[in-house]
Write a protein that binds this ligand. Structure first.
Ligand SMILES: CC(C)(COP(=O)(O)OP(=O)(O)OC[C@H]1O[C@@H](n2cnc3c(N)ncnc32)[C@H](O)[C@@H]1OP(=O)(O)O)[C@@H](O)C(=O)NCCC(=O)NCCS
Length: 185
C-alpha cells in the first residue's frame, strides 16, 4: 500500500501504486491514476484526468491539472507549472477545450518552469529552471529561457552531450547526434 501522510487528502477512487510516497498536504482527485515508486512532495495537487507512470518525482508545490500525462521516470522540479486552458477568460467556460500535455519518459522539468498546454516534451528532454515551454520539445533536447530555446542535448544521466556524430557520456552510454536529433545507440 502507498505511504500517505496523515495530512494528505486522497479522494475515493484514486489509483496509487504500492511503493509511491505521498507527502504533507497533497490532494489527489478520485479519478487520478498514479504508478509505482513515485514521490509527491508537499502541497502537490493531482487532478482527475491525470495519468502518471512509474517512478515519477514531483517536487513541492506542483499542480498536475486535468489533461496532463506524465510517463515513467519524469521529474517535475519544485513549483513548476502545468496549464490546460490555452486562452483562459474567467467569464468563458473552456472546460471542453482543455489541451493535452504529454511529458515523455525520462524528461526533467526544472524548478519554476511553465509548460503551456498542448505540447509534447520528448523522452529524456531537459527543461532548464524558469523556462517557458510553448512548442513541442525533441527527445534529449536541453531547453532554457523565455520562450524556451534549445541550447544543446542532455544524456539520460543528465550530462551535456557535445558535437555532431557519436559521443559517449560520463556513464559510458553512446549517443548519435545530428543537427536536429539525438538518439541512444
Ligand atoms: C540547464 C542546467 C542544467 C545547466 O546546464 P549546463 O550544461 O551546466 O549549462 P550552462 O550553465 O553551461 O549554460 C549554458 C547556457 O545556458 C544558459 N542557461 C543555463 N541554464 C539556464 C536557465 N535555467 N535559464 C536560462 N538560461 C540558462 C547559461 O547562462 C549559458 O548561457 P551562455 O552560453 O549565453 O553563457 C541548469 O542551469 C538548470 O537549469 N538546472 C535545473 C535545476 C533545477 O531546476 N533543479 C530542480 C531540482 S532542485
Amino acid at each position: 500500500m502507498a505511504t500517505i501522510h496523515s495530512t494528505a487528502i486522497v479522494d475515493e477512487g484514486a489509483t496509487i501504486g504500492e511503493t509511491t510516497r505521498v507527502w504533507h498536504w497533497v490532494h489527489i482527485c478520485g479519478e487520478a491514476r498514479i504508478g509505482d515508486g513515485c514521490s509527491l512532495g508537499q502541497n502537490v495537487f493531482i487532478g482527475n484526468d491525470v495519468v502518471i507512470g512509474n517512478n515519477v518525482k514531483i517536487q513541492n508545490n506542483v499542480s498536475v491539472y486535468d489533461a496532463v500525462r506524465l510517463e515513467d521516470d519524469v521529474f517535475c522540479g519544485p513549483s513548476m507549472v502545468f496549464t490546460n486552458v490555452y486562452n483562459p477568460r474567467s467569464a468563458v467556460n473552456r472546460k471542453a477545450e482543455y489541451r493535452q500535455t504529454l511529458v515523455r519518459r525520462g524528461a526533467s522539468l526544472g524548478a519554476n518552469c511553465t509548460v503551456v498546454c498542448g505540447v509534447t516534451i520528448g523522452e529524456h528532454a531537459f527543461i532548464g529552471a524558469g523556462a517557458v515551454v510553448n512548442r513541442d520539445v525533441p527527445a534529449y533536447a536541453l531547453m532554457v529561457g523565455v520562450p524556451a530555446r534549445q541550447v544543446g542535448w542532455m544524456s539520460e544521466a543528465g550530462d551535456r552531450l557535445q558535437g555532431i556524430g557519436r559521443t559517449t557520456d560520463q556513464a559510458g552510454v553512446t549517443y548519435e547526434l545530428t543537427e536536429t536529433s539525438c538518439r541512444r545507440l
